[in-house]
Design a protein around this ligand. Structure first.
Ligand SMILES: NC(=O)C1=CN([C@@H]2O[C@H](COP(=O)(O)OP(=O)(O)OC[C@H]3O[C@@H](n4cnc5c(N)ncnc54)[C@H](OP(=O)(O)O)[C@@H]3O)[C@@H](O)[C@H]2O)C=CC1
Ligand SMILES: O=C(O)C1=N[C@H](C(=O)O)C[C@H](O)C1
Length: 313
């Protein structure tokens, strides 16, 4: 019997899916529903694992393979997602593995929740293989990312936040910027974002919201966003519940103040856990599948497109 990684980063012994998974794999192939098969990279991470669980919850086929990084998890062989063994594929085997996977799941859509350092290389790999993908990973060179997708003429949804209600907030900020450009001219702003201490980059969501505030007249650079990663501050100052400090949270506060201090506006969005993003990621996959099936001319989307299409559950 295979030893599985039942939770991300909880290595549970060494085994190889090749020796034990035929029975499981047969089980997984029959779970096919009306949507596309979805391969989640990387199921060893917090977001990847949660998204893979959401795929299963939605009754879609979870492709039982996951591209991952260099960690020892690859040596263990597989990770358990809702009882399904998912084989981990390291960087050196990924092309050969993908060729095999594609012959079994020709319509697959890839989800990427990896690390900022992997974003561009992974996207280049998906583009080179003409794989439609949903990129939830933040950071990396975002301009290059968009340019690579455009050059490859590939289908993709790229967004720093997949949570329906947060995407709605982002949309509202974009609309406000379009409708009232310069409305906060002269105001000053502070932005604080708190995340689990393993988060290496500055929040991509905060960067996107700051871009809208810039259009509203605020002079504010991405480098001025305060990253809160200290547990004591997270609890005492940001109000993060203790249980969410390490397991995953995203608390954002944007405070806008008039030149004389007489007017203050505060925008806040606080999320504990991963589920809201995971569910939105499944919506993005279903949306992308629909666009591909209809042969849509537009190929590169963000989550505001997905929300605006009215397809978020
Ligand atoms: N768009 C959205 O709604 C959201 C986006 N995010 C973003 O998702 C990303 C991941 O976050 P989170 O899951 O918390 O991070 P984790 O650190 O928990 O997971 C990252 C995973 O990426 C894997 N990895 C590293 N390098 C590669 C590679 N080259 N190819 C494939 N896999 C690789 C790691 O595996 P290994 O150890 O084997 O290297 C690890 O399991 C971040 O950028 C975060 O900002 C997070 C929440 C919501
Ligand atoms: O790493 C996280 O956790 C999150 N990352 C995304 C970001 O960088 O904005 C989305 C959300 O904040 C959670």
């Amino acid at each position: 019997m295979s030893a599985l990684l039942q939770r991300p980063h909880a290595l549970a012994g060494r085994s190889s899916l090749r020796t034990c998974s035929a029975r499981h794999r047969r089980t997984m192939v029959v779970t096919a529903a009306s949507g596309p098969p979805i391969m989640v990279n990387s199921c060893t991470g917090k977001m990847g694992h949660s998204t893979a669980e959401a795929v299963v919850r939605a009754g879609l086929t979870l492709v039982p393979y996951s591209l991952t990084g260099q960690s020892e998890a690859v040596a263990v062989g597989n990770v358990g997602v809702s009882g399904i063994p998912v084989e981990l594929v390291g960087p050196t085997e990924r092309q050969a593995a993908l060729d095999r996977i594609r012959s079994q799941y020709p319509d697959l859509i890839v989800v990427d929740y990896t690390l900022p350092t992997a974003v561009n290389e992974n996207a280049a790999f998906y583009c080179a293989n003409k794989l439609p993908f949903v990129m939830g990973t933040t950071g990396g060179d975002r301009e290059r990312l968009a340019a690579d997708v455009a050059a490859a003429d590939s289908y993709a949804v790229i967004a720093p936040n997949m949570g329906k209600q947060i995407v709605a907030f982002q949309t509202m900020m974009e609309m406000m910027a379009d409708r009232f450009p310069g409305c906060f001219s002269g105001y000053s702003m502070t932005v604080a974002e708190s995340h689990q201490r393993t988060k290496v980059d500055t929040s991509g969501t905060a960067k996107a919201v700051v871009a809208s505030f810039n259009k509203m007249g605020l002079q504010f650079g991405e480098d001025e966003i305060e990253k809160v990663r200290d547990a004591e501050q997270q609890i005492a100052r940001m109000g993060v519940p203790e249980r969410a400090v390490d397991s995953g949270h995203a608390f954002h506060t944007y405070t806008l103040t008039s030149p004389d201090g007489s007017v203050v506006l505060e925008f806040k969005h606080n999320v504990c856990g991963r589920e809201v993003y995971a569910e939105g990621t499944v919506d993005a996959c279903l949306f992308l599948h629909r666009q591909i099936q209809s042969g849509a001319d537009k190929k590169l989307y963000n989550m505001i497109d997905v929300l605006s299409a009215g397809v978020m559950r």
